[in-house]
Design a protein around this ligand. Sequence first.
Ligand SMILES: [Zn+2]
Length: 103
Amino acid sequence: MAAWPYSTKAWLSLRKAKLSDQPLCEACLRREVVELARAVDHVVAINKGGDPFPPLDGLMSLCFPCHNSKTRRVDSADSKGGSRFKGCDVNGNPIDPDDDWYA
Ligand SMILES: [Zn+2]
């Protein structure tokens, strides 16, 4: 059983809403890679003070590799912060959605 809030009906319906709003991995899209999203990620992790049930734009649709990479780089206890995704998109902008250009 997944930990709270991932086991709640509220999360499951929020997750479903997000995936129907954005069925593709948002990080891959920035590299012009079309990959089906399999995970819905909190832009601000709950353990960093993020809203567990944010509006849809507080969530990101991600494929498993991107989700794992983001989780490893940002959400792990020993994370030192920094970019959650390596590299740049096709326009040379950083992939990390926390950067200023992302609005
Ligand atoms: Zn991806």
